[in-house]
Ligand binder design. Sequence first.
Ligand code: AMP
Length: 321
Amino acid sequence: MQILDFFAPILVYFHDISFIFAKKVVILHSILYTRPIRMKVFDKIVDLQNQLFDDRKQGKSVGLVPTMGALHEGHASLVKRSVKENEITVVSVFVNPTQFNDKNDLKNYPRTLEADCKVLEECGADYVLAPSVEEMYPTPDTRQFEYPPVSTVMEGAHRPGHFNGVCQVVSRLFYIVKPDRSYFGEKDWQQIAVVKAMVRHLQIPVEIVECEIVRDKDGLAKSSRNTLLSADERAIAPTIYKALKASVTYAKKHTLKETHDKVVKDINAVDGLDVEYFAIVDGNTLQNIENWEDSDYVVGCITVYCGKTPIRLIDHIKYKA
Ligand code: AMP
């Protein structure tokens, strides 16, 4: 009895100590093994490639999200999807000079790498590639990419050289990262068609994943260029999507041409908005159609100049999907 009285508190003491120790081990384990490793930012391509070489040795799948930075929820939705579907997500942040056909547009394009990294870390991205122009293009890229009709209509016709530049940079990123999947937003509807054509042409083994457009509450498609709009311009910009949305109902009782003309008229009626083109096309071939019955997949793609600068805004609407 006396012996038990003596040992009981000692046993309780050791029990408590071992319990506290075990708890500490569990916490430490969770910090080491479940807390995401900090996102890494690379400005040298070879460093990212070495890192990916190690990841691939462990059999990890890789998703790539190409961006030009000034990130918003539209970009974030692509990154989050990649994080869900791949073990490693690489995001490139690179304002690609070869896809700009307007020097002022390139000069004014917003550059916000620090804020972008915060967004990307919150989304769960693993690696950011933010190279200089010299790093990405050590020698001028003289390759020419043309995939008519998808690269020559609409944006292709109005921004000469734009898709050539897009293909130059995206093909480089595919060679550098060798992703299993790459994520693109439907906001740039035509860009997806061009990238898919390039992937087929170059036989690059990557799956192109199309992600839905993300909009502000008032319907304006989120875009890095929206930050360049003045308050007055921002106030009229939602007219574009309003007119597109209204046209879906209008289209049910009107011809394709009547619907086309109404969208253009409604947007141009607003002082400060000027439609560059509105094309109602087959969603895959991007060829113009004349009647609603000409295709089972009908999309309207629009580009509008907004304000005095002016800022070029693009959007689209699905009539038949
Ligand atoms: P950017 O930085 O403009 O080159 O865009 C990078 C990627 O994000 C492209 O695949 C875009 O289509 C996509 N993206 C941009 N804005 C949006 C948006 N509002 N919703 C969905 N994806 C978007």
